[in-house]
Design a protein around this ligand. Structure first.
Ligand SMILES: [Zn+2]
Length: 126
C-alpha cells in the first residue's frame, strides 16, 4: 500500500531542491533562473521561448513513448557538451600539473578561476 502511495506522487520528488541554496536552472536551456520572487507557481523556464520549446519537446516525447521527463539532446548538443566537459577536465589537469611543478598560490588561483568559468558555462545546456 505504501509503495502505491509513493507511485502516485512522483512530482514531489522531482520538485524537491537538490541542495539547499543551490541555484535553480531553466528546464530547457539550463541558464540560472533569477533568485526570489516566490509568488505563485515556481518558475521553471527563463523565458517564453524556452517554455515553448520545452512544451514542444514534451509533446513529441509523449508521441514517442519515452518518459515525459526524459532529456533528449541532439547529436550536436551532445558533441558540444562533450567538448566543454573535455575543456573542464583539461583545466582541472592543468591545476594538478601546476601544483606538481610547485606553482605559487596566485598561479593556482588563476587556474582555479578558469575551472570555475568553464563549469559555469557548462550549466548552460543548450
Ligand atoms: Zn531557458
Amino acid at each position: 500500500m505504501r509503495e502505491a502511495a509513493e507511485l502516485t506522487q512522483p512530482t514531489t520528488i522531482e520538485l524537491a531542491p537538490a541542495r539547499r541554496g543551490a541555484p535553480k536552472h531553466c528546464g530547457w536551456c539550463g541558464r540560472r533562473l533569477p533568485e526570489g520572487g516566490n509568488v505563485g507557481r515556481r518558475r521553471r523556464y527563463c523565458g517564453q521561448s524556452c517554455r515553448q520549446r520545452a512544451y514542444e519537446r514534451r509533446t513529441a516525447l509523449q508521441r514517442s513513448g519515452l518518459p515525459e521527463d526524459a532529456v533528449v539532446l541532439s547529436d550536436t548538443e551532445i558533441a558540444a557538451l562533450q567538448d566543454r566537459l573535455f575543456q573542464l577536465r583539461c583545466a582541472a589537469e592543468d591545476i594538478v600539473t601546476a601544483a606538481d611543478d610547485g606553482a605559487d598560490v596566485r598561479e593556482l588561483r588563476g587556474l582555479a578561476e578558469e575551472i570555475a568559468r568553464a563549469a559555469k558555462d557548462l550549466e548552460q545546456l543548450r
